[in-house]
Design a protein around this ligand. Structure first.
Ligand SMILES: *[C@@H]1O[C@H](CO)[C@@H](O)[C@H](O)[C@H]1NC(C)=O
Length: 224
């Protein structure tokens, strides 16, 4: 009898833990600090939902992705996002999109999307794109030159980049496996952290003179 009870308890424990994981979705935002007072709550995991009876076509609609983004900036690129911020109907649905414009030799610098795989379609121009595998896979560079009509995939979490190697503007559209993919730009995160990360520490980590680290921190903390 004791043995049966023990087994039952164990089975219930397993059931409870599997149910728990089944009902605990992946995070849809960077942080979600719990709040006791729902009146002041800003986020749930994703966003609060409106009454479905009040949904209208505009909730699932965005217009203007035919318009080029302004690439007159240091890196010569502009991302126009179409995620849950622009289309509220995307909430909980796990997809979003973006248009990326590149000036000649413009670049989308090394970055990662913490919550989404990205699939990129080139509409105009020639892009050199790639991602680097994790430490476990020896940081292998998987890169390719893409032309009009070519498609490339950046797996979730991998550091990746796009570089317009043509003499003309380039345009690409991207699809993401999240309503809110998030962006972590490597240089801005490491050297533009506010307050700054200890320069001696970063110097050792990156094999750089701490003064070089300080110069980088000045650049990335004042603008982009
Ligand atoms: C990574 O490098 C190690 C050591 O050289 C090697 O044994 C392993 O096969 C490599 N793995 C991959 C995925 O290349």
């Amino acid at each position: 009898m004791k043995g049966v009870q023990l087994l039952l308890g164990f089975a219930l424990l397993i059931l409870a833990s599997s149910l728990a994981s089944a009902y605990d979705p992946s995070p849809l935002q960077d942080i979600c600090v719990a709040i006791d007072e729902p009146k002041n709550a800003v986020f749930v995991n994703g966003k609060f939902c409106k009454d479905p009876k009040l949904a209208k076509p505009e909730d699932f609609f965005f217009s203007g992705l035919d318009q080029p983004g302004d690439t007159a900036n240091r890196l010569g690129f502009k991302v126009t996002t179409v995620n849950v911020e622009q289309i509220p109907g995307l909430n909980t649905l796990g997809v979003s999109a973006a248009r990326i414009d590149f000036a000649p030799y413009g670049q989308n610098p090394p970055h990662t999307h913490p919550r989404a795989t990205e699939i990129l379609v080139v509409l105009e121009g020639t892009l050199y794109v790639g991602f680097v595998t994790s430490n476990q896979l020896n940081n292998t560079l998987i890169a390719k030159v893409l032309n009009k009509g070519d498609v490339f995939v950046f797996p979730i979490g991998m550091i990746h980049f796009q570089f317009n190697i043509g003499k003309t503007n380039a345009v690409a559209f991207a699809g993401f496996g999240s309503q809110n993919p998030g962006v972590i730009t490597i240089a801005n995160t490491v050297f533009g952290a506010d307050p700054p990360i200890n320069p001696d520490f970063l110097g050792k980590a990156f094999q750089l003179d701490p003064q070089v680290v300080k110069d980088l921190q000045n650049k990335f903390m004042n603008g982009d």
